[in-house]
Design a binder for this molecule. Structure first.
Ligand code: IVH
Length: 670
């Protein structure tokens, strides 16, 4: 083999690693996927022709290697210590006091280096002259398992460091994690194929890293975030922050949220800031790690056998807690679905008191086998309704009672039924009061009639007092304003605002009205589709189930549900009354609306500053564009806000154009 070929292979390896880094670590690729593939294929071809070129640090090896019998053990040259915990602010202040006593001004002003504590798995990577030669789990801190082949498959782990002159030896330490969105996607796929589900991203990361067959690991969406160093030769640092900067310059992903603080108040502020953002982050964290920044001062503070004195993990309140199911009853929703709800012995989860958790449906109760009296683990994530994760069966006494779905609606007493292939049990009456409250509340929602000033509680009171019975009655409320004034949170001014808002809603566009009706299976997207297909309420009302099903995007279940809705006497009478009371039911031009976005499909991800999702969608659709929920080859633009999800990765992979909010605003302005 001539030297030229060897050199080209080396060059290709470096180039591919560089572009891998731009893509996975920086989220900012410089070349298209096709160009990347071209380079990749060239290297594969070379390696095939000259197998000697196939070195372990070649990006072609990220797909995994033949399985092992077991993992060799690996002693860490410097122990991977664990962290002392601070559960409260007091604990942290104690730590701070101890630090000041120990360090006593030595080495100048003391500062802390602070970053999130990832809920994953600690690993150590060893690089010699810039090439990854070994990777191991933390194990007991002294000895771990060598899982090099598995770690090589992790895209955010550099196989070759990005440096002209890398240090002779570098031990990089950090956490292997899985994004929440990747975890959900993966579990959904497993559910479909009937495989056992992972309990949480951490368990999935651990399970994936301990696969003897690294080809399986290669299929798992693992990521690595570096947070520290072990032994280093050929480079020295005086502070933690410096080491992190160096790691970042070598091509490692490091924390996006970090701070160096001199005062406890600043650390406290950081703690609360990260805590408030916890739910919107792409990965699980369980606190913050606070380290004395100066390595010299760390030495002065010293170490205990298992943990350093110079660091502490200030934990967040846990999001999972154990409690007891005191009762299970059912709630009736807008579509008549009966949802079993567990009434819990109140417990504080992630800082919020939880006394109820959804059990979703009959099958879920069976699958999790939740019984009244059971001790369970409950979980709360973001604004999501708390849910029961699992039963601790070891705590059963035999006195637990199984839950049975009632045969009659607990609100109106009508029989309930469960359609074939559906998980929901529904109340068969359309006039059930529980459904009315939900229906009316839904009717007023932003995507629906957009009526402001009517909270859920108020609707409940109005229905219970029989001031309104259905959505049409809202348009008679102006005659009953005296009944409203004086109700909870209802002053003269707010009643007037409500009446005005109801009046304004009479001009709502067709798609909004269709959505507001709350037809089972008709969400905002579907309502838009129906409005632009039929152009008027009359035509939609008259459509046969077959005609509905012929529309692209309308399946047989939804077609039937729409047809049934418009063939119910009560529903028709409500629609007629809405008309009579002044709702305009505007006609819409059929076919897609024309505009600058005609024929363009958008996908939204992340949070936008100036628009809610619904608003951004409206802006796009009003200009002839379409909004789709997932990225594919047919997507024209991905509009990415803050904390975008995995859709962004997908867009990059497919080479879909990504725009930010500013660009979007400019496009609209044009
Ligand atoms: S620093 C001696 N930083 O926490 C201090 N650890 O209890 C070295 N962890 O198993 C650790 N995120 O896996 C540090 N940003 C972070 C971390 C972090 C998670 C884990 C680490 C270790 C455990 C220590």
């Amino acid at each position: 083999m001539d030297a030229k070929i060897k050199k080209r292979a080396e060059e290709l390896r470096r180039l591919l690693e560089y572009h891998n880094y731009r893509y996975y670590v920086l989220d900012s690729p410089e070349i298209s996927d096709a160009e990347y593939d071209e380079l990749f294929d060239e290297l594969v071809k070379l390696e095939k022709e000259y197998p000697k070129l196939q070195t372990p640090d070649s990006p072609t090896q990220r797909v995994g290697a033949p399985p092992l019998d077991k993992f060799p053990s690996k002693r860490h040259s410097i122990p991977m210590l664990s962290l002392n915990k601070a559960m409260t602010k007091e604990d942290f202040l104690d730590f701070d006091r101890r630090m000041h006593e120990l360090i006593a001004g030595e080495g100048g002003k003391m500062e802390y280096y602070v970053e999130p504590k990832y809920d994953g798995l600690a690993v150590e990577l060893i690089y010699e002259n810039g090439v990854l030669i070994s990777g191991s789990t933390r194990g007991d801190g002294i000895t771990g398992e060598e899982v090099t082949a598995n770690l090589r498959t992790v895209k955010t782990i550099p196989l070759i460091l990005q440096a002209k002159k890398p240090p002779k030896l570098l031990e990089a330490r950090g956490e292997v994690i899985i994004f929440k969105s990747d975890f959900d996607k993966f579990n959904k796929a497993r559910e479909k194929s009937g495989e056992e589900l992972f309990a949480n991203p951490r368990n999935m990361a651990a399970g994936s890293l301990r696969q003897l067959d690294s080809r399986i690991t290669a299929q798992r969406p693992l990521r690595f975030i570096a947070y520290g160093i072990g032994r280093v030769e050929g480079k020295s640092f005086s502070r933690q922050g410096e080491a992190i900067e160096f790691l970042s310059s070598l091509g490692f992903k490091v924390s996006e949220m970090q701070g160096v603080f001199g005062a406890v108040d600043e650390v406290d502020k950081f703690y609360n800031k990260i805590l408030s953002r916890r739910d919107s982050l792409e990965y699980d964290i369980d606190g913050i790690v606070i380290r004395v920044n100066s390595f010299h001062q760390q030495e002065i503070a010293g170490e205990l056998s298992r943990s350093p004195r110079w660091a502490v993990a200030w934990k967040f309140p846990p999001v999972q807690k154990t409690t007891v199911v005191e009762n299970i009853d059912v709630q009736v929703g807008r579509t008549g679905a009966l949802t079993p709800v567990a009434h819990l012995k109140p417990v504080s989860v992630g800082g919020v008191t939880v006394s109820r958790a959804t059990l979703h449906n009959e099958d879920e109760v069976k699958r999790k086998d939740v019984r009244i009296g059971d001790t369970v683990i409950v979980q709360r994530a973001g604004d999501v309704i708390p849910e029961v994760v699992k039963v601790i069966t070891e705590k059963r006494t035999g006195k637990e009672k199984e839950f049975k779905m009632p045969g009659r609606c607990p609100v109106c007493g009508s029989p309930v039924a469960r359609a074939e292939g559906e998980s929901a049990t529904r109340c068969t009456s359309l006039y059930c009061r529980a459904q009315q409250v939900e229906r009316i509340y839904h009717f007023t929602s932003k995507g629906g009639m957009d009526i402001e000033g009517l909270g859920y509680k108020t609707v409940e009171v109005l229905v219970n007092k029989e001031i309104i019975k259905d959505v049409a009655d809202l348009y008679l409320l102006h005659k009953k304003s005296d009944l409203l004034i004086g109700m909870e949170r209802m002053g003269e001014k707010s009643v007037q605002n409500l009446i005005d808002s109801i009046e304004n809603s009479k001009n709502r566009e067709l798609s909004g009205i269709i959505f507001a009706l709350g037809i089972f299976g008709v969400g905002e997207n579907m309502a838009n589709l129906l409005a632009s297909h039929f152009g008027s309420m009359e035509k939609l009302k008259d459509a046969s189930a077959e005609e509905l099903q012929r529309i692209e995007g309308v399946g047989p279940i939804v077609a039937k549900s729409i047809y049934r809705f418009f063939h119910d006497r009560n529903n028709i009478s409500i629609i007629n009354r809405l008309k009579e009371y002044g709702v305009r039911f505007p006609e819409e031009t059929t076919g897609r609306r024309q505009g600058i976005f005609s024929g363009k499909t958008f996908v939204l991800t992340g949070t936008l500053d100036g628009y809610t999702r619904a608003e951004a969608k409206r802006e796009i659709e009003n200009r002839g564009g379409k909004v789709s929920s997932s990225v594919s080859n047919k997507t024209d633009f991905v509009l990415a806000g803050v904390d975008p999800g995995s859709k962004l990765d997908k867009a990059r992979k497919l080479g879909v154009k990504i725009i930010d909010e500013d660009k979007f605003k400019r496009m609209i302005a044009d």
